[in-house]
Design a protein around this ligand. Structure first.
Ligand code: UD1
Length: 383
């Protein structure tokens, strides 16, 4: 069996690493394609190195552009690769533009190629159609043949959209496979120590959503809140290139100067910092899950989350919306008071380091002629 696995942007790499290894371990021919949506060494190469991902078999080199241009460029460049490689399965992960673009090409060519699409991290919904990722999530799920869900909240979302249950397999959270596999090396890297901050006594921040950084007033609000946090403890802030550009354009350098600002970090260094933080403040999707797995309190700087299980089971909370300096600071204080939980103790079902194994199993079972994919349940995860 041949699979063509797609990556494009930073949050894809840690999801694909265990899937690629599990497919190859099970005897699949697994080809890797990088769209080039993210291209800076810190946003891409560092993850390949940290996660020992082999160099991609194909690199489309599309780079940055408007949503429409980026999506269209990926589609145009991806079509000939799909036609030339004719895999049995296309594997797409997450909710970035690369995910949707490749799933759409495969759906258009399905009659011709027979290639089916498996979507890893299917069924998450913020119900906020203004988020580009929500558009990508809904459309990718509609286009895919096998929907591999990470947690218990995904299946009801898919059923509500009329997707038949036999296209869905609950496999668990593959990003957590990578987290547990890398945790001891991340701790040994001791990034807090190298930065001179004390484990459990600093806040860690990430910020890159257009809703927080593209509007200067919104960005200023969040940076003011961070300045209040910085009065109490060091605030470590690896800055996404988009955020740095926006802050510079809005003349907000002075706000950044009060924080411990870093370039974007590789996977292991970021995990080392997350694991050691007193509180994480973020608008990332992945960090909401990583903090839940690690038992670190998290404040999500968004109106809604597509990962509500991190609030109901985990260590996450939403800052009051619209974001204000006092609202964000208040949420930080609450998170700090809640304190850390034992790593692994707040993990939802299927966040156990074995999701990639179950993904391969679900793909194999869906590949057997005449046999519908077996519905996996939580019972499958009890070892
Ligand atoms: C993308 C994803 C988002 C994910 C985020 C993680 C979509 C719609 N969004 O957002 O879901 O959380 O990645 O980072 O796919 N840039 C660089 N170097 C790079 C990549 C980007 O400088 O290697 C800058 C460029 O100015 C670019 C901007 O960042 O225009 C935005 O990049 P883009 O890939 O469009 O979206 P992200 O904001 O990174």
């Amino acid at each position: 069996m041949r699979a063509l696995v797609v990556v494009g942007a930073r949050p894809n790499f840690m999801k694909v690493a265990p899937v690629l290894a599990a497919l190859r371990g099970a005897g699949w021919e697994a080809l890797l394609l990088h769209t080039g949506q993210h291209y800076d060494a810190a946003m891409s190469d560092a993850f390949f190195a940290d996660l020992s991902i082999p160099p991609p078999d194909f690199h489309l080199g599309v780079g940055s552009a408007s949503h429409a241009s980026q999506t269209a460029r990926i589609m145009e460049a991806f079509e000939p690769v799909l036609l030339a490689t004719r895999p049995d399965w296309l594997v797409v992960v997450g909710d970035v533009n690369s995910t949707l673009a490749c799933a759409l090409v495969a759906a258009k060519l399905k009659e011709e190629t027979g290639c089916r699409t498996a979507h890893v991290e299917a069924g998450l919904r913020s119900h906020d159609w203004r988020m580009p990722e929500e558009v990508n999530r809904v459309l990718t799920d509609r286009l895919s043949d096998l929907l591999l869900t990470p947690g218990p909240d995904a299946l009801p979302n898919l059923l509500a959209e009329g997707i038949p249950a036999n296209r869905v397999a609950f496999v668990g959270n593959v990003m957590i496979d990578t987290l547990f596999a890398q945790l001891s090396r991340a701790r040994a890297a001791d990034v807090p120590g190298r930065l001179g901050v004390e484990r459990g006594r600093y806040a860690l921040v990430t910020l890159h959503r257009p809703s927080n950084v593209d509007d200067p007033a919104a960005l200023e609000n969040v940076l003011e809140a961070l300045a209040a946090v910085a009065e109490e403890m060091p605030v470590v802030f690896p800055v996404h290139p988009r955020t740095r550009r926006r802050a510079e354009a809005a003349g907000l350098h002075a706000h950044l100067a009060r924080l411990c600002v870093l370039e974007p970090l590789g996977y292991r260094d970021m995990l080392s910092l997350t694991d050691g933080a007193a509180v994480v403040l973020t608008d990332s999707g992945g960090l909401q899950e990583e903090t839940t797995a690690l038992g670190v309190p998290c404040v999500t700087l968004r109106e809604r989350t597509e990962r509500p299980v991190t609030i109901t089971h985990g260590t996450n909370r939403l800052a009051p919306f619209p974001l204000t300096p006092s609202g964000v600071y208040g949420a930080f204080r609450e998170a700090l008071a809640a304190g850390r939980a034992e790593p692994g103790s707040r993990c939802p079902a299927g966040w156990d380091g074995r999701a990639a194994e179950r993904i391969v199993h679900a793909m194999e079972s869906a590949s057997t002629p005449g046999r519908p994919p077996r519905r996996l349940t939580v019972a499958d995860f009890v070892s």
